[in-house]
Design a binder for this molecule. Structure first.
Ligand code: NAG
Ligand code: NAG
Ligand code: NAG
Ligand code: NAG
Length: 189
């Protein structure tokens, strides 16, 4: 009896390593070629988009694999979109990075998919490094206006931080990124 229980839990361990990932987390490595887990334990997936062009790049002091590739698109008048599955009526953090710059917002999914599109409105050839979705639970970030507006971030500061390293997943279960207050000083409002 004990042996078969042990065998059962061993089998379970063998069968479910990938579901250790937080539910509702999607991490796309744009222009990437392989699946991998980063040092935080987040699972990255190559974007496998049919359009645009994947490129490997070298950035000084950047060793994180997801930033060693990007995807760029023609500087034409078209929009190039990533469409991702979401759970309708659920709130998500959406974070896109463009090498040196991060943009993020929090929105309520109102349909089963969300599209993120790039175009060269002002800056020429559009490119993207990563695209991340982090699902919230319960009523976190509920607002009365969420059907029509998204939330943007002013600042997210970890006061009293003991190092310059940001706090994020797994310390923050939703992988929000809290900058150390030794780098990011409080804003005077
Ligand atoms: C890159 O890392 C080296 C060695 O740690 C350091 O001396 C240098 O200042 C860093 N450069 C940048 C741009 O951060
Ligand atoms: C796209 O970029 C090119 C070159 O920068 C520019 O000439 C063109 O007007 C842009 N297209 C749009 C739709 O903004
Ligand atoms: C998204 O959902 C569609 C329809 O349920 C499914 O066919 C597709 O495989 C899903 N894509 C991903 C990346 O999970
Ligand atoms: C929401 O997720 C957090 C972190 O995973 C968990 O601690 C909490 O119990 C969850 N709350 C609900 C209402 O599911």
């Amino acid at each position: 009896m004990e042996n078969s229980l042990l065998l059962f839990s061993l089998l379970l361990l063998l069968l479910v390593p990938s579901s250790a990932q937080m539910p509702g987390f999607v991490s796309l490595d744009c222009g990437g070629e392989e699946f991998f887990s980063d040092e935080l334990g987040l699972d990255w997936t190559p974007d496998e988009l049919r359009y645009g062009e994947a490129t490997s790049i070298e950035v000084l002091n950047e060793t994180r694999k997801q930033y060693t590739s990007l995807r760029h698109f023609p500087a034409d008048s078209r929009k190039y979109c990533y469409t991702m599955n979401v759970t309708s009526r659920t709130r998500y953090l959406l974070r896109a990075t463009f090498l040196y710059e991060m943009r993020e917002l929090i929105f309520l999914a109102t349909s089963p998919t969300v599209s993120v599109c790039l175009s060269n409105a002002t800056t020429g050839q559009p490119f993207i490094s990563t695209l991340e979705l982090r699902q919230f639970n319960g009523s976190v970030y509920f607002t009365a206006y969420e059907e029509h507006f998204y939330l943007s971030v002013s600042a997210r500061i970890n006061f009293g931080a003991d190092s310059e390293a940001p706090v994020r997943y797994p310390d923050d279960p939703f992988d929000r990124i809290w900058s150390s207050d030794s780098i990011k000083k409080a804003i005077t409002l």
